[in-house]
Design a protein around this ligand. Structure first.
Ligand SMILES: [Zn+2]
Ligand SMILES: [Zn+2]
Length: 775
């Protein structure tokens, strides 16, 4: 059936269809095997039906074989594995000493690779998975004999590097390090992985090896620079995708607006996705629905089944997510591959390299947050010569609403680069301690990371490191520092059931005050709990299962101090700045809101200590005289701040949840109406900086998103924020549009950016003002 007829079948009157884009088919290019690939390897691959290569595979493999770090950044199903496996298989076939460490961001992906490699029956190859589940004996075998160790950065960080003497044989002979799906390593997590890789390369060099890094990435802007940031070394990039594609029709869809109590509201994206999944399954089409949450995936699968009723197709729908048993997931993958299952609702667990392609249609329940993910998910559709169908359904938030009304921002925009900042002192300090404990630091170790020498000297002052005559830095702390690559770290708060002590989950300390304060209603994987007590000293929240007819929202006050301005842009009545700030916030009370009306039924005070965060912010100011027509200035700034946080993922590779904000009609440091947007991680993660560099795109999209929203006075699609610390008050939609208009009108292409002293003395403010903040 053609995509047009399918789309007609999905929405009889095309009510929700906002845009339809045809992606043209692409014919495959072929090339011969590089001369250096031995016959034994070609024969093993031919057994698997691989007779020739696509040029991007040969080019990337040849760079690696010649010892040059390389990243291959091409689309889904473009055979990236073969690009990195060719040199690895060649080394194994030659029965050389060279060994390979393969790193995947998830255990599931490493397992999938191991399965694929096992099918090759490659001469001389001895692969072994090493992850948290690997028994001691298997690990010992891998240490001594495996020439392809498949693992993940967490295991490298927690187990291999601290016990490097046991892994000496691997490190001494390390010839290749494969970094799969490397676009996943961004933000603070990316900085941690970058420093872990540098620790690996440093130890390998100590044992006498100089491995070549081969990376695979989704399509991304400037992948060579991203890989260089991860490794601290120059890299080549191969980006011309020569694999075939049958073409696709991609639809942008907005769930219809319905009137509830006189206010227009969007139909639920979940139920709209379930409706489409049921319809496509009924037509016998293999369909994958990508859903942002595990719970959402379960709901959509159940809802789609229910819609099919007695239709036998109902039995061919399932949910897929992390957290299922490994065997269960392997069964689901096989059922989907072989066509026993038709419709699967999945989290992004199926977005990564796991071998599920050849589908007829893909549904995206909401924009996945990044163009790289968008293309990765869309790329799952397409079988043989048949054109694929992909539909993205907008969620009820400012970014999704903007995108379905601005298809050029989806289709005609370069994919974001993966940004991370390994010189973030907050991330760097822990890794310098670990590195020094593994092997004393030398002067040369500081070269590839700006500012690392200063951080090391600071650690000496704190008596964690000691600099000996001769210039080496030694670890002298008593216990090896605990550093978690994925953020939550030792400060995490455990959530346990009061009556049984059963562990329900964990939240990081920064979020605990807002999510699990005494009296909070806490949602975890579809279950609702009431918090009995939060003990910050023990890092423990006690809860019991309950279903009260209300939700809770924390009330927060925030103080923000500008410590220094790194760069600024003077546009007359408007100014834009980037710099260091200190944010102090305290959760002071919480509101109980009735379900579903949201009416406030009670406010309870809390007694929680303030928390501080030193980070990087972007802020803009505007002279009050320029805002003549604006009546509700605090409401205008607050609304503009909310929407701009929602739109920031358009210009930076962050999630809305990585960002905080604050707006005020007069800030003591600027003495002007000011809106701040800051990175929610200590030391910053590079997001505010992206916003500063692309401020006209960012604030222009913010204004358009608010102005084009159908609502009258503001809704979750434009100016309301699910994480407002002040109950979404005050907010003024029309004045926000007017204010952003004034700011954007000040744009001056000739305005020069002033670069200030990068780390000036903190500016002291006398007043002690507190405002509602958003985090
Ligand atoms: Zn709205
Ligand atoms: Zn707010």
């Amino acid at each position: 059936m053609s995509s047009d007829r399918l789309i007609s079948a999905l929405g009889a009157d095309h009510e929700g269809l906002r845009h339809l884009r045809r992606l043209s088919p692409r014919a495959a290019q072929r090339c011969e095997w590089p001369e250096w690939v031995p016959d034994r390897v070609r024969e093993a691959l031919a057994e698997q039906g691989i007779l020739r290569l696509w040029p991007h595979q040969a080019e990337a493999a040849t760079h690696a074989f010649a010892g040059r770090d390389v990243v291959v950044a091409t689309g889904t199903a473009s055979g990236k594995s073969l690009a990195y496996l060719l040199p690895v298989l060649t080394e194994a076939a030659a029965e050389g000493d060279g060994r390979t460490l393969y790193l995947a961001p998830t255990k599931a992906l490493a397992a999938d690779q191991a399965r694929a490699v096992a099918e090759f029956d490659a001469p001389g190859l001895l692969p072994a998975i090493v992850d948290g589940d690997t028994p001691y004996e298997h690990r010992r075998w891998a240490q001594r004999f495996a020439n392809l160790v498949l693992s993940n950065p967490d295991l490298l960080h927690h187990s291999v590097l601290p016990r490097h003497r046991r892994w000496r044989s691997l490190l001494k002979n390390l010839k290749y390090v494969v970094v799969d799906e490397c676009h996943i390593y961004r933000g603070v997590f990316g900085a941690h992985v970058a420093l872990t890789l540098r620790r690996l390369l440093r130890l390998a060099a100590h044992y006498g090896a100089e491995p070549t890094v081969i990376a695979a990435s989704a399509t991304a802007a400037d992948p060579a620079a991203s890989l260089s940031t991860l490794t601290g070394r120059p890299a080549e990039a191969v980006t011309a995708d020569a694999s075939p594609s049958p073409g696709a029709s991609v639809a942008l869809w907005e769930p219809e607006t319905i009137e509830i109590e006189g206010e227009p509201q969007k139909a639920s994206t979940l139920s709209e996705t379930a409706r489409m999944l049921a319809a496509l399954t009924r037509l016998g089409l293999r369909t994958l629905a990508f859903v942002p949450s595990r719970r959402g995936a379960e709901i959509i699968a159940a809802d789609a089944k229910a819609r099919l009723g007695a239709d036998p197709a109902a039995d061919r729908i399932a949910a897929y997510r992390a957290g299922y048993l490994r065997e269960h997931r392997r069964d689901l993958e096989a059922d989907l591959r072989e066509g026993r299952l038709l419709g699967v609702a999945t989290t992004n667990a199926l977005e990564l390299g796991i071998d599920v392609t050849g589908l007829d249609a893909v549904l995206l329940c909401g924009y996945p947050g990044r163009l790289a993910s968008f293309w990765q998910q869309i790329g799952r559709a397409g079988r043989g010569r048949d054109e694929a169908l992909a539909i993205m359904l907008a969620k009820d938030d400012p970014l999704d609403t903007f995108l379905v009304h601005h298809p050029e921002a989806v289709f005609d925009r370069p994919v974001e680069a993966s940004v991370c900042d390994p010189s973030n002192p907050y991330v760097l300090a822990g890794h310098l301690c670990l590195a020094a404990e593994e092997l004393p630091l030398r002067e040369a170790d500081f070269r590839s990371i700006p500012g690392s020498r200063e951080v090391a000297d600071d650690l000496c002052e704190r008596r964690l490191l000691r600099r000996r005559p001769g210039g080496r830095y030694y670890w002298v702390g008593s216990e090896r520092p605990e550093v978690s690559l994925r953020g939550s770290g030792p400060m995490a708060v455990d959530i346990a059931e009061t009556s049984t002590g059963r562990l329900v989950g964990t939240v990081d300390a920064a979020a605990a005050h807002r999510l699990v304060h005494r009296g909070a209603v806490y949602l975890h994987q579809g279950e609702t709990y009431l918090v009995d007590d939060l003990d910050l000293d023990d890092g423990l929240a006690l809860v019991h299962a309950a279903k009260p007819p209300w939700t809770t929202s924390p009330q927060e006050i925030t103080h923000l101090e500008i410590l220094g301005t790194r760069e600024s842009l003077d546009l007359g009545e408007v100014a834009l700045c980037l710099g260091e700030v200190e944010v102090t916030s305290a959760v002071i009370s919480y509101q109980k809101r009735r379900i579903p009306s949201g009416e406030v039924i009670d406010t309870q005070m809390l007694d929680l200590p303030p928390q501080t965060l030193r980070t990087v912010a972007v802020w803009w100011t505007v002279e009050p005289e320029a805002l003549g027509g604006v009546k509700d200035l605090p409401g205008a700034l607050h609304a503009a701040e909310h929407a701009s946080i929602g739109l920031l993922p358009l210009v930076a590779t962050c999630d809305r949840w990585d960002i905080g904000g604050l707006s005020t009609a007069a800030h003591p440091d600027t003495e002007l109406p000011t809106v701040f947007v800051y990175d929610g991680h200590p030391g910053g993660a590079g997001f505010a900086e992206q916003a500063f560099r692309k401020w006209t795109d960012w604030l222009g999209a913010t204004r358009d998103a608010i102005a084009s929203c159908d609502c009258r006075t503001g809704c979750p699609s434009c100016i309301q924020s699910p994480k407002c610390g002040n109950g979404n008050e005050p907010l003024d939609k029309a004045d926000a549009v007017a204010t952003l208009g004034v700011v954007l009108a000040a744009e001056d292409e000739n305005a020069a950016v002033t670069v200030h002293d990068p780390r000036p003395e903190p500016a002291k403010s006398e007043e002690d003002d507190l405002w509602p903040g958003d985090f």
